[in-house]
Design a protein. Structure first.
Length: 377
């Protein structure tokens, strides 16, 4: 059955605008699949006339449903897609793509689940001026150097396995891998004045301290991708809109949260986010509905862009040479502002580099938790 989330005041907020979503590279909480390094979530805002124009452009394609995986296997169809992506009106006003580098997303979760609660217990706010993201960037930059790619992967895999299905065995494996990694840094002289993995070692020794904060979709990058995308279109349009998505268990589990954060009766807030910009509450999503992609051209168009972005930026993430069409698509993404943002590793660690000088005071996570607590009460 399709899932539907509608605010209580839907009748007053209905809007003809529709945002269609689809993703590529979805592996849920399994973040360590080498062959699937990314998750891409594409969102499109096409009018009926634009969808009709798109159908005329793809008229020669004899398929009931447009899927990028099929386009990719046919040179003529791939060329048709690329010529479509080059059209002037196909730009960041109607298409946006959120990208999550899964391995880096796992590192950010290591920071969120272990570094952050331990820092908070000592009276420190790791979300102030982008400190949490800075630590994640520091870890993803330094760990592969001193642990090697294999050691880095083993440490992250042990962490991901523990979070996905906590038990004594997996807790011991994570502890063992952390001890080995910690010793590598000590052997390299990184134990003075502190070892970068000191906090992880404390967390591995007492996992119950932070596992209590873990949700059943904690490591699914699709969840924050949805929230970021819904917030983006609300701020861009400054009007209510409907969301239609290919069926998604991750989205279905968070419909009630989206409904609560879209309630026009909650306090209005414009809160700073890392990387510049702000998050605006309440969200402007009047409804979120699931649909089968076979019957919705807008979702199929989202599939085409999600698939093209996944193929292109997976090659970038794996340091492979880009095919000509991928190089062309990558250029279009930047020239046309098709990228919404996401999770991608970098060496940026200062508030200025992160664009996080403004991230002070009330935090988005605290505001959201407050809304959810009050609505449950």
């Amino acid at each position: 059955m399709p899932f539907i989330a509608v605010p209580k005041t839907t009748e007053k907020r209905l809007s003809p605008m529709k945002i269609a979503l689809d993703e590529s590279g979805n592996s849920g909480q399994n973040l360590m699949i080498v062959e699937e390094p990314l998750l891409t979530l594409s969102s499109v805002l096409f009018s009926d006339d634009q969808i009709a124009t798109t159908e005329r452009h793809f008229f020669g394609i004899k398929a009931a449903e447009w899927k990028f995986s099929q386009f990719r296997r046919n040179a003529k169809n791939l060329n048709l897609f690329m010529s479509f992506a080059e059209l002037d009106w196909v730009n960041g006003d109607v298409v946006r793509i959120h990208i999550a580098h899964k391995k880096f997303f796992a590192v950010t979760k290591l920071v969120d689940l272990i570094y952050e609660p331990l820092a908070r217990s000592q009276g420190h706010d790791l979300y102030e001026q982008g400190a949490a993201l800075a630590i994640a960037n520091l870890l993803v930059t330094t760990l592969p150097i001193y642990l090697g790619d294999d050691g880095f992967t083993k440490l992250l895999t042990a962490f991901v396995d523990l979070v996905r299905a906590p038990n004594e065995n997996k807790a011991q494996q994570f502890f063992d891998e952390t001890v080995k990694a910690h010793k590598c840094f000590e052997d390299a002289g990184f134990n003075k004045p502190f070892n970068i993995l000191d906090t992880v070692l404390i967390g591995a020794d007492d996992p119950e301290f932070w596992l209590q904060f873990v949700s059943d979709t904690e490591l699914d990058p699709l969840v924050p991708s949805y929230f970021t995308t819904i917030d983006f279109w609300g701020q861009k349009l400054q009007a209510d809109f409907h969301v239609v998505s290919d069926e998604s268990k991750a989205l279905a589990k968070h419909l009630e949260i989206i409904r609560k954060l879209s309630d026009p009766n909650i306090p209005s807030r414009l809160l700073p986010s890392v990387g510049g910009g702000h998050v605006q509450f309440p969200y402007r999503s009047a409804s979120v509905c699931g649909a089968e992609s076979k019957g919705d051209r807008a979702i199929q168009i989202a599939d085409l862009f999600a698939g093209a972005a996944y193929s292109t930026f997976s090659a970038v993430a794996q340091h492979r040479a880009l095919e000509p069409w991928q190089q062309q698509f990558k250029s279009l993404c930047y020239e046309k502002s098709l990228l919404l943002g996401g999770y991608w590793p970098s060496a940026e660690v200062t508030p200025e580099e992160l664009g996080a000088e403004h991230v002070t005071g009330e935090k988005t996570v605290d505001f959201v938790e407050g809304i959810l607590r009050s609505s449950d009460g």
